[in-house]
Design a protein around this ligand. Sequence first.
Ligand SMILES: O=C(O)CCC(=O)C(=O)O
Ligand SMILES: [Fe+2]
Length: 329
Amino acid sequence: MMRVQSLSEGGIAEVPPRYIQPPEDRPPIHDDVTVIDNRDEDNIPMIDVFGFDSEQRDAVRKVIGDACAKWGAFHITNHGVPFELLDQIRGVGLSFFKDYPVEEKLKYACDPNSPASQGYGSKMLRPEAEAETSTVLDWRDYFDHHTLPLSRRDPSRWPHFPSNYRQVVARYSDELKMVAQKLLGLISESLGLPTSCIEDASHSDMGAITLLIQDHVGGLQIFKDSQWITVHPQSHAILVILADQMEIITNGKYRSAQHRAITNSSSPRLSVATFHDPAKTAKISPASELISNSSPPMYREVKYGDYVSSWYTKGPKGKRNIDALLVNS
Ligand SMILES: O=C(O)CCC(=O)C(=O)O
Ligand SMILES: [Fe+2]
């Protein structure tokens, strides 16, 4: 089974064509470092959430609402997750990929035939896509963990190396779940919805946001106002990215942020993303409180599980998947 790491370390002179994006999807190249820089005032908002202190709630809710409407993504600080835990999760992740042989890691390989299967993987082509030369693969390997609800958590499926890996992943996912819940409450309230609205709609614990941290290498970009904005690494902040279900529930008032990660020719890069998703059985539709004659529903109702299936069939290109639910499409 192929992994990008084996290709990358195998002494090849050039990246195989299968991994190269078409010119229109590539960032411009400056001095051999493919990073677009942007002025500070254009950069993604940095929001102090003051430890989710109730005294600051009104003010924090307001800035979060603005960031959700304008950006669909923002950094938060004073989130309560210990810095040492952020460093530990990056540390065990990097060590897993860097310090152990691919053969050992393949013992945790994900099932290439089932979407979002837990384990060590890299994007591969389904047999029917092999012939389709337009399909581009991601130049990355990943490890997908199912962490919550606890009924889905089976740490024996997670790496046993480095030795603290499982313990750190469990602690990290528990902490990040609390942050996600607090953020979803604030985001609901910022639209005048009940605090629990987005949680209820999801039926499980979560709405639909991604919390991401990256290492010092950087390369993540967010698409805003027809340009790609580089998200500079902030070692102790957490990046919040609104996902598609949030755009549906808020009837487009808040947008899901299109994003991508670009590679460079000198350093490997690590990021850790936690995905907070509705239950597969949850029906997602615009919140009734946000619907009126002047603001008719923008999206049709969808069962989250069906949305996930269509996402894996079509792949994550652009916003195609959510656009399929537009009422006026
Ligand atoms: O590499 C990154 O930081 C982006 C990862 C990402 O967007 C994802 O896994 O959905
Ligand atoms: Fe993503």
